[in-house]
Design a protein around this ligand. Sequence first.
Ligand code: ARG
Length: 476
Amino acid sequence: MTDGHGAGGSGAMWGGRFEGASDPLFRALNDSLPFDHRLVRHDLQGSIAWARALAGAGALAAVEAEQIISALGDIGAMAASNPRAVAEAGDEDVHSWVESRLIERVGALGKKLHTGRSRNDQVATDLRLYVREECLARVDEIRRTQDALVGAAERWPDAPFPGYTHLQPAQPTLFAHWCLAHFEALDRDADRFLSARARAGLCPLGSGALTGTTFPVDRESIARELGFDGPTRNSLDAVSDRDFVVDALHAAALCAVHLSRFAEDLIIYSTAEFSLVTLSDAVTSGSSLMPQKKNPDALELLRGKSGRITGALVALLTTLKGLPLAYNKDLQEDKEPLFDALRHLSLSLRAAPVVLDGLTLHTDACARAAAAGYSNATELADYLVRINVPFRDAHEVAGRIVRFAIERGQPLEAIDLADFRRFAPAIGPDIHEALTIQATLARRNVPGGTAPGRVQAAVTSARLRLATKREQEAAR
Ligand code: ARG
């Protein structure tokens, strides 16, 4: 007993049963303060609610609770002013750090706060509070990226753009339609973060170590005070469940994968070979050797980060697999992957709008690429269908005409009417008009299609939906 808290290392909360001190390597393995200091605000929030609950249960006098709560407020201010000092304080974890600071301030009274509580229900609560907050922050960042995508669509509302499948020219589309495709994927990501937040909606405090506290605390009001929907329903589950972390990591991983695909598109489009877009100097870098280089580093990192973020999801799932009920220290391994994944996703999400805002679209090159590669061949087949050729035959005939055009080194629209008629005599003089990029685009006039009128309406509706959602989210 060296420091008044028993053996086990500086300020350990559990020294009584121990005679010997902890091995330094055990401390290095076991201590979580170097990373869980990020939870200090949430730990204080939970502790304040717990002090109130203890007073309500008669386990603390009202004045005692008040003194504790006010000291916890001071500790919060101190932690906020110097977060680094918390990280480096050398305590076992954020919970013991808070308790030690409390005892420094209010003396023996501080030792009463942990009455009826365990670090198991405490950390499960802290982490839920953290995840709930971070999910909203990611939603906000997603909205900004969506805003930049709509912005890009509005800047080039009717620019034709090449559409690919298998990365081969497929059919013409509009650049704005491409922007909104990525907008939709991010919209689902925001939904996933909101539902991950909702699934972290019940409060574990009062579950104790695993079977529930013996003190008659009002769990409903603890939950309400902390912004939860209610208390958890099973104490064993409450301290063991990290599904909400998996949910948040899944939302993060899929969002990172979406950003990666978005990035890959622009990386390809910005190559000398495609030359459809130019990235701004603000998000690219040069080569130390090759003077001509302008590398798409920001986008490559958006693509690259998807690896570590997906890794975090897999790491936690692997940690959870096979864990017996209830709490096990393995669960401490939930934090670093979560913190890391959310931090790097946040960086990616904040960088994406910078890329988009600085983008230059080469509309002439885009129009040329959109018209190239026989990407109006479907249009030719559809034309034949309209003059009553069954689609299978139309496909075959159009394919033969494409081969003929390739042999001549001409695009479809340069073929003479007489030559067209050698393949299908019913083809009329309106064929050239039907094969123009304008006609090809205009015919995709279905909801969700790439006809300019549809895309225009989709941009307007995306703008509106985004504004409505941001309003709702700001009101939370
Ligand atoms: N640092 C621990 C964690 O993150 C806090 C809970 C410790 N509980 C325990 N029984 N040792 O999981």
